[in-house]
Design a protein around this ligand. Structure first.
Ligand SMILES: *Cc1c(COP(=O)(O)O)cnc(C)c1O
Length: 416
């Protein structure tokens, strides 16, 4: 016997309300700037919401650090902001010791720098292994580095829902591989890769491993040091809420600092920035991965969010994330599966990151309807809706109302 639609909705709403009442992180919802007219923001994995405290911090930064201290602020802290903030990201979100993480550039540029450095550090190896389903920037950068270094891109074919598996790696990586580039969490399916196992497999083949953490940093705990990761890049404006154009971060394992040389040699990554000498000598340590003047202003919001992530703890954030995606999958089972919607994410929460994707041929039009009514997921070509659930800024009720709105928009579509 199937329950009547309104009983199903009542049951799900009671479940969501109960989960919110027991959510130890519920208090953090108040920390974010409210968005009038938005009933469900399901895109915090693409652009995190601003914190209320950030407006104040930005105006103080303009009045004091910039406005009053003027250029003296470079000596009084700004020069070290990229590495100080990098160390905090490392400690709070990456499971990495200090001195290996820097904040600068965009993910795209950082990826280029690290990938180029990795390929040129591996003479005798001429292949870059990349997932064919990876995010466009990762594929395009791999192709550009290959073209510039004489290497070849070797594509890994993966299951669109389960994502990359150890067997895919063992079938593709060889003694010709210089470096492997993979996403920790797949931007479409949210499939969570086995970072420790895959890194170890890549090392058995003698290659370097570069992880893209854009869709996991700030949502999924990791242990970059313990898992022997060589290189990683990640985004500052997704789960780290740094705001549009906020810089990326890069992690380079300490043992590699003397072996790698990044290709964009600028004065800010030189050993003595103000010597104005002839010829470039790279700085020691992680500083060498900086090129030009770092975007200090854009690091203010990122720093505020890191405070919040630290207070909440990345493990508690992951627990809430699992709870949110679990509720959304429950609601899918009751409301959307019977309508022929496909689940495009792993059903097992241990196998997925912080978002859930669904597929249906009506979803381009459904997304348009949803945006008009203040329900904001994103649409992924050709027929996917991605429901992003940033744990500190999203309630269970908000997540559920998003799924209910998808269901209602499908009804409206059918009626039209
Ligand atoms: C969001 C994202 C990027 C973004 O790169 P930008 O240089 O910040 O535009 C790169 N890679 C992946 C996997 C992403 O999800």
């Amino acid at each position: 016997m199937t329950a009547s639609p309104s009983l199903v909705l009542d049951g799900l709403r009671a479940q969501a309300t109960d989960l919110d009442a027991r959510d130890p992180l519920a208090g953090y919802l108040e920390e974010f700037v409210p968005a009038p007219g938005v009933t469900a923001y399901l895109d915090g994995n693409s652009l995190g919401r601003p914190l209320r405290s950030t407006a104040d911090h930005l105006s103080r930064f303009v009045a004091d650090d910039w406005g009053t201290r003027l250029i003296r602020s470079w000596d009084e802290g700004w020069m070290d902001t990229p590495t100080v903030l990098g160390d905090r990201i490392a400690r709070i979100a990456l499971g990495a010791a200090a001195g290996q993480t820097v904040v600068a550039d965009s993910t795209t540029v950082m990826l280029y720098k690290l990938l180029h450095a990795a390929v040129t550090a591996m003479p005798g190896r001429d292949e870059i292994v990349v997932e064919r389903a990876n995010f466009p920037t990762d594929r395009f950068i791999a192709e550009s580095v290959a073209a510039q270094t004489g290497a070849t891109v070797r594509w890994v074919e993966t299951d669109p829902i389960a994502g990359v598996r150890l067997t895919d790696i063992d079938a593709t990586v060889s003694e010709r591989t210089a470096v492997v580039v993979l996403s920790h969490v797949d931007y479409r399916s949210a499939a969570l890769a086995d970072m420790a196992g895959i890194t170890a497999a890549v090392h058995r083949h003698g290659a370097l491993m570069l992880w893209d953490l854009c869709h996991s940093a700030g949502a999924v705990p990791m242990q970059l040091d313990a898992w022997d990761v060589d290189l990683a890049v990640g985004c500052g404006y997704k789960y780290l809420n740094g705001g549009p154009g906020s810089p990326a971060f890069a992690y380079v394992r300490a043992e590699l600092h003397d072996r790698l040389r990044q290709p964009i040699q600028g004065w800010m990554g030189a050993a003595d920035v103000f010597a104005m000498k002839e010829g470039y000598t790279a700085a020691r340590g992680i500083r060498q991965f900086i090129s030009g003047t770092p975007p200090v202003l854009a690091m203010v919001p990122l720093s505020d969010m890191l405070d919040l992530v630290e207070r909440a703890s990345i493990d508690a954030i992951r627990r809430k994330s699992v709870s949110l995606t679990g509720l959304v999958v429950d609601a899918y089972d009751r409301l959307l599966a019977p309508r022929g919607v496909r689940l495009l994410s792993p059903a097992d929460p241990a196998q997925r990151g912080g978002h859930v994707s669904f597929g249906h041929e009506s979803f381009r039009e459904v997304t348009r309807l949803l945006w008009r009514q203040g329900v904001i997921p994103d649409f992924r070509f050709p027929d996917g809706i991605r429901v992003g659930l940033s744990p500190l800024s999203t309630s269970h009720r908000e997540a559920l109302e998003g799924v209910i709105a998808i269901h209602a928009a499908m009804d409206a579509q059918d009626a039209a």
